[in-house]
Design a protein around this ligand. Structure first.
Ligand code: GAL
Length: 840
């Protein structure tokens, strides 16, 4: 108890001087350092290292709290150097400064600043001293401030440089877009990310663990310490404990190895994500000098070349989606509530896994996956030595890859949600020679999947190529740091001559798309488990339908021919996809019909900023999502739900029912748990249908007459579910619906408010584009608006937004105060809408 108390006192001290913010970060000993920064966007020659000087007068700079992304505040322009592939938003150089005073109680402590991520090239200065530059915009990094701190005021300054673009194939964001933390520690402490709770074997009877702990002495005296490691269950009960002596010389780090058994553990799974806390206490002369917590969960993973994947001995398809890191209208800004919402929407669909494509994720994503029961493929890089865009990470790879890979694995390896590592996505080292860097960003995005000649593959007889050796190096490094999880890579060359495969170093064969190659995997890679690291790339605009629905639109036709269609939209029937991809149903069939396919990661769960394939400007965000940029599901969402949620009766009827009289309309329904669906138009049956062999939907071709279209699904004649669409009349009102009626009064939590344009009977007007003006009063503020359209050039930071196909979104953030948040939405000629949300 005494030990826990002293840990608490340490944390409380930090809370006091950091202004009372009670959030702790990925490191249980850290306190938020997000509040009270100054910011300026700087252009040459205004960019000057004098900005790092403690004496510099920053009073004219803008006040803000982190995390922050300046690009999302900017305007879309065809001329922004990121290009539409990067979201067509600005780049540049930004400076951040924060002035702070350390309390006397911190004398003698080691003080560290931890950045979860800043995009990119972040140079950190303390009191004018340059601590270093971290190029990779997705890496978490930390500095020891202790030698440079002084009594009284201190100034930390950060220069973030995202001027040289393009450097990414998607929207990166700009700035300190993840959280920043401060850690004040006794000189004798557990190092940052200092524990590895290695799961040597896990069964329902016993979890055999080896806990490896790095204890550090930054002081200048010999120290005899004791490290006690305890496993605490979710009720706070200590279920296993071990103590070991540690002898520390001055300025040294010692790895302590402690075996532990947890008898009859509650296992972590996607249905019951049970978490334990491993508490590491360091004692010196009977006093607890450090107390560090590691959240983890115990589970067993099996990857089998024939039977697929098993979690805790039970077979489970990996029903995954790829996610980029942006949060739509919030840009790259990390917000726990925004990520939780994305995961909630995906879990509701039945997804059980995400791939952090194609970079180290925010710690919050992993923490939420742990607690919500989502499995993760944790990915390092989108390129190695060969670049895909002119200024990308390839130029830093030679110097930084070891450090960036190591930091990712060491930071993340205690998360039970992570089931495998990916050492790269579609790296050009798969081939003997392949270039994308001479192309524009849009071209580079397109060409990657268009096939490479056989002459570019590795020679079977020859010794390992340089590319294969590099693969082996990265895979071996990963396994050395974490021998408990397999290593894969997202390849787009499915042939065994791929240099990455030829290395023999990948535990799991992973390739993207190439559905025709799936069947040959057991023959081409005998004995190797297989995952579809990326699949589908269907293209859809929410609420847009191209008929006839049985025509397939494969867009763009070729990577080197500009693509244009006046609609700037893609059909929401599952009849539009890129040439290297497939329809949602198409790939689903392969996955369901083949046990050896462990599962797939669909490209993508949500739309993201950038890469608006198949279009160019003014399109500026993707069409790939199952859910649009604003978080509104497209129709395919329900196809997945019908296959992935057998526990839920699903019936989804589409499209909307507002067409021209007499027009032939293709009506589709996704459903499950039933044999057939009967369709009724204004009460008259249009017949019952069963899906054709291999199809996951039923359809009818119906001449439009206004009214009510209703579907009824039945199993053995018994009704299972109904769904209905009605012809909407003229827009009459704005209807607001909040995703949560109560949010936390913590200054961070978010509420997502959907605005719908409805007729006088409450039917959504499916093509309405009325402009809506929002006002927010009370304990909340507007932090972004959107409507999910990939071609809207309206700013995300605004009080106004046009509806897109009947809907718009407002994101409200709590101001830190308790109370009601009243949101009102007005639109010319329509009845206003309002909704009230409580912040507690
Ligand atoms: C893949 C690539 C993704 C994305 C996708 C679009 O080849 O890995 O990052 O570009 O294509 O279809």
């Amino acid at each position: 108890m005494r030990n826990i108390l002293s840990g608490l006192i340490l944390i409380c001290l930090c809370l006091l001087w950091c202004g009372g913010c009670s959030r702790t970060g990925a490191d249980s000993r850290s306190v938020s350092f997000d509040k009270g920064w100054k910011f300026t966007l700087s252009t040459q020659p205004g960019d000057s290292t004098s900005f790092s000087s403690p004496d510099f007068d920053d009073s004219s700079w803008r006040d803000l709290d982190l995390p922050h992304d300046w690009a999302i505040e900017g305007s879309f322009s065809e001329d922004n150097p990121s290009g539409t592939g990067g979201g067509a938003l600005p780049g540049g150089v930004g400076w951040y400064r924060k002035t702070f005073t350390l309390p006397a109680s911190m004398k003698g402590k080691c003080i560290y600043v931890d950045f979860d991520g800043a995009y990119m090239n972040a140079t950190v200065y303390i009191n004018g001293h340059d601590l270093g530059t971290r190029p990779y915009g997705y890496a978490s990094f930390s500095y020891d401030l202790t030698p440079w701190l002084k009594p009284g005021e201190n100034v930390i300054a950060v220069r973030v440089d995202n001027a040289e673009q393009p450097n990414s194939r998607w929207y990166s964001g700009c700035g300190i877009y993840r959280h920043v933390w401060l850690r004040a520690l006794d000189p004798v402490h557990v190092a940052q990310w200092g524990t590895f709770v290695r799961q040597d074997s896990v069964t329902p009877d016993n979890a055999r663990l080896t806990v490896l702990t790095n204890v550090e002495n930054t002081g200048d005296k010999d120290v005899k310490a004791e490290l006690t490691t305890s496993v605490v269950d979710a009720d706070g009960k200590v279920v296993a404990s071990v103590a070991s002596p540690v002898e520390l010389s001055p300025k040294c780090k010692v790895e302590v190895v402690q075996p532990l058994d947890v008898v009859s553990p509650s296992l972590w799974s996607v249905k019951t994500p049970y978490l334990y806390t491993v508490v590491s206490e360091v004692n010196v002369d009977g006093v607890t000098v450090d107390c560090y917590e590691t959240k983890t969960g115990f589970r067993s993973l099996e990857f089998d070349a024939e039977k697929g994947f098993s979690l805790n001995g039970e077979r489970l398809k990996i029903n995954g989606v790829c996610l980029h890191h942006d949060a739509g209208a919030l840009g790259a800004v990390v917000n726990r509530a925004a990520i939780a919402r994305q995961l909630r929407i995906l879990k509701e669909m039945g997804a059980n896994a995400v791939r952090s494509s194609h970079n180290p994720p925010a710690p919050e994503l992993l923490e939420l996956c742990d607690s919500m029961g989502m499995m993760v493929m944790d990915e390092t890089f989108d390129m190695w030595r060969k670049k895909k865009t002119s200024h990308d990470y390839a130029r830093y790879f030679p110097e930084w890859h070891e450090r960036d890979l190591t930091d990712l694995v060491v930071r993340d390896r205690n998360h039970p949600s992570i089931i495998m590592w990916s050492i790269g996505n579609e790296v050009l080292e798969q081939w003997s020679d392949a270039q994308a860097d001479t192309l524009s960003l849009a071209e580079a995005n397109l060409i990657l999947n268009f096939g490479h000649g056989k002459d570019m593959l590795a020679d079977k007889e020859a010794p390992m190529s340089v590319n294969s050796l590099l693969t082996k190096k990265l895979a071996d490094m990963t396994r050395e740091l974490d021998p408990t999880r397999p290593v894969t890579a997202g390849c787009n060359e499915p042939a065994p001559g791929n240099h990455l495969f030829r290395s023999g170093a990948l535990d799991i064969i992973g390739f993207n798309y190439h559905d025709d190659w799936f069947k040959d995997v057991p023959k081409n890679f005998p004995g190797k488990p297989f995952i579809i690291t990326e699949s589908v790339s269907a293209l859809q605009t929410r609420g847009y339908y191209r008929m006839p629905s049985d025509s397939m639109y494969v867009w763009p036709e070729r990577w080197d021919k500009p693509f244009y269609d006046e609609s700037f939209a893609c059909s929401s029937y599952d009849n539009c996809h890129v040439p290297w991809g497939n329809t949602h149903e198409g790939t689903m069939r392969h996955v369901e019909d083949n046990d050896f396919i462990m599962g797939q990661f669909v490209w993508t769960g949500f739309d993201y900023l950038g890469e608006p394939t198949p279009y160019g400007w003014p399109a500026r965000s993707s069409y790939f999502g199952i859910v649009d940029l604003a978080g509104f599901p497209k129709d395919s969402y329900y196809m997945y739900q019908s296959r992935w949620r057998p526990d839920l009766d699903v019936l989804h009827l589409f499209p909307h029912w507002n067409w021209k009289e007499g027009q032939e309309i293709d009506v589709w329904a996704y459903f499950n748990n039933a044999d057939e669906v009967e369709l009724y138009l204004n009460g008259e049956s249009l017949g019952a249908k069963r899906p054709e062999e291999g199809s996951y939907h039923v359809s009818w071709r119906v001449p439009f007459v206004p009214g009510e279209l209703e579907a009824v699904s039945r199993k053995s004649g018994r009704e299972v579910k109904r769904d209905v669409v009605r012809t909407a009349s003229e827009p009459y009102a704005v209807r607001l619906t909040a995703d949560r009626s109560e949010i936390n009064a913590d200054g961070e939590d978010l509420c997502y408010i959907t605005a719908e344009i409805v007729d006088n009977k409450g039917n959504v007007c499916p093509v309405a584009d009325n402009e809506i003006e929002f006002s927010v009063e009370g304990a909340g503020k507007n932090v972004g608006v959107d409507n999910g359209s990939p071609v809207s050039l309206e700013p995300f930071k605004s009080d106004k937004r046009k509806a897109f196909n009947g809907k718009a979104l407002l994101i409200v953030q709590n101001t830190g105060k308790r109370g009601d948040i009243k949101v009102t939405a007005k639109s010319a000629g329509l009845k206003s809408g309002d909704v009230t949300v409580a912040a507690r």
